[in-house]
Design a protein around this ligand. Structure first.
Ligand code: HEC
Ligand code: HEC
Length: 483
């Protein structure tokens, strides 16, 4: 089965002569100036070839601050959702407004809080902070068997078709009894006979029993900690494209590919979310407002109900004077806050052990996807963030992660078995919480379990990790906890 999946043709596979590649390489470089900026300008052509990725990554132990100028002390009780302290005070106005909009509990339309109402009719949570916490990840699976609000569920299939009634995401809350919630999810922890790993499976209980799930698959998505979002937004397109290797030309069995998505009439590089479906922070935030909170914006002007959800669809939109519920100024302020998010500094106990861990991280192949070092492009909004060396441990590319992690849901052009390499900076702070969960649906209860779930392109890396002597495994984990 695993073989079958990995032998499927890659949608962006192209076979080009060397000359054609060279011509296109020039093209990419020429176009690259538009990508990875914070002004959401359109990026380059979708039909570009893949360029061989770097050879075995060099291990550079000449550590600069983890997030460049965006680095903050990690020695605080709430290390996430902190604002970069070095930004000029003149920029704080919008950022603080954005922070306010991020933490506020939105109310249903018509309750008189013009700036903060419009949530629903159906939604998952009424505040961004219900899912994104300043401490790390919100608990997902409570010990008493309850599932918490900070996990959401995508519904769809391998062809990329959303559920005809529920749409692409299940909303389990509604503003009041006049609008039915879509249903609720139950989970089960399953222990496989032939594997040391347990996993979670979900079952859907529809509120309206006439609207079954049918053959739609359910994909659980835990809410990631938000670290250095603005810095990730600034990684130039050309660097993401240059690291892609869809045909595995360099034969390292890792073949990341760019997630090209269509936005309006433009092709863009998807960067955010577990499957990199959103190309910029602004679109990611508007998407969260729409799908997670039922808030309309100028980006997603239609309510998050499908045409079949008649009551939900016909309730008045709470927008002021017929406009969206969240005005552009608010969406932009939230985006400024997200752009201004700091990166916690490294936690290095013993530098020699940390450096050894960095070497093991590269040697086992982790760095083939979790790219240690990136450089930001130029920021028009906050020039201070330009040309910073950062250590996010991601290539922002999609990888075939094998059948074990196949969720059965294709999103945009990301196949059901493809996932974006998640950034790993700050993951050790998340892991301090014994309830923290890892991987897209939170099936892994520790960093080691997360590694052991890696398959597909990461199969040989996973095997190399498993074969490490215990003390070296520990050194690698110590490094992971410190980055
Ligand atoms: C119900 C929980 C929930 C709420 C509410 C929520 N989010 Fe999220 N957020 C998520 C999940 C889950 C993901 C990953 C989604 C995916 O990939 O499917 C995510 C992803 C993100 C990302 C991208 C992170 C990355 O590493 O790529 C950003 C930025 C973000 N959310 C911002 C926001 C903002 C701003 C709000 C409020 C307007 C918000 N979120 C509200 C759950 C939530
Ligand atoms: C082929 C690319 C690839 C390689 C090689 C790889 N990873 Fe990953 N890693 C991913 C992707 C993609 C995910 C997300 C998968 C998912 O959520 O289903 C991930 C998830 C993780 C997570 C969980 C992150 C989170 O936010 O919950 C950790 C920890 C991790 N990887 C560490 C490692 C380590 C350590 C190695 C080397 C032993 C490694 N990875 C090798 C691509 C890779």
């Amino acid at each position: 089965m695993s073989l079958l999946i990995s032998s499927l043709p890659k949608p962006h596979s192209m076979y080009l002569s060397f000359a054609a590649r060279t011509t296109l390489l020039v093209l990419i470089v020429a176009l690259s100036a538009c990508g990875g900026s914070d002004d959401d300008t359109p990026s380059s052509n979708p039909n570009l070839p893949d360029i061989p990725s770097n050879p075995t990554p060099e291990v550079d132990t000449n550590w600069l601050p983890a997030g460049g100028v965006a680095t903050i002390s990690s020695d605080i009780s709430r290390p996430f959702l902190q604002i970069i302290p070095t930004l000029p005070t003149s920029s704080l106005g919008n950022i603080s407004a954005g922070r306010e909009l991020f933490i506020t509990q939105w109310t249903p339309a018509g309750e008189g809080r013009v700036l903060f109402d419009g949530v629903g009719p159906i939604f998952n949570a009424n505040a961004c902070t219900q899912c994104h916490s300043s401490e790390g990840r919100q608990p997902t699976y409570a010990p008493n068997g309850e599932m918490r609000d900070a996990i959401l569920f995508r519904l769809g299939n391998k062809q990329g078709i959303a559920h005809p009634y529920y749409g692409e995401q299940m909303q389990h809350q509604s503003i009041d009894s006049s609008v039915a919630t879509e249903g609720k999810m139950l989970y089960d922890v399953i222990t496989a006979v032939d594997s040391p790993l347990s996993t979670v499976s979900f079952s859907f209980i529809p509120t309206d029993s006439n609207q079954p799930l049918g053959d739609s698959a359910i994909s659980g998505r835990i809410s990631p900690q938000l670290v250095g979002m603005g810095m990730l937004n600034l990684i130039p397109n050309v660097d993401i494209i240059a690291a892609a290797d869809a045909d595995d030309v360099n034969e390292d069995s890792i073949s990341g590919r760019v997630h090209w998505v269509i936005e309006g009439s433009q092709q863009q590089i998807g960067r955010f979310g577990w499957k990199a479906i959103n190309s910029s922070l602004r679109i990611q935030n508007a998407n969260a407002m729409s799908q997670d909170m039922g808030l309309t914006t100028s980006v997603f002007a239609e309510p998050n109900c499908t045409v079949s959800q008649f009551i939900c669809k016909t309730l008045p939109n709470g927008g002021f004077a017929g406009g969206p519920e969240v005005i552009d100024e608010s969406l932009d302020a939230v985006t400024e806050f997200m752009t201004a998010l700091a990166v916690p500094e490294r936690r290095i106990g013993n530098l020699q052990t940390f450096n050894q861990g960095a070497t093991l991280f590269a040697q086992t192949g982790c760095a083939g996807c979790h790219t240690p070092k990136q450089k930001t492009g130029d920021s028009l909004r906050f020039p201070l963030l330009s040309q910073q060396t950062i250590y996010p441990y991601t290539d922002l590319l999609l990888h075939d992660m094998g059948t074990g992690l196949d969720d059965g849901v294709k999103e945009k052009n990301a196949e059901s078995y493809e996932w974006r390499t998640p950034p790993l900076w700050g993951i050790g702070i998340v892991a301090r919480d014994p309830e923290a969960r890892f991987l897209h649906d939170g099936r892994a209860s520790s960093l080691t379990e997360a590694i052991l779930w890696h398959g597909g392109e990461a199969e040989s890396t996973k095997n190399r990790f498993e074969q490490l002597p215990d003390d070296e495994k520990q050194i690698l984990l110590t490094f992971l906890n410190g980055i």
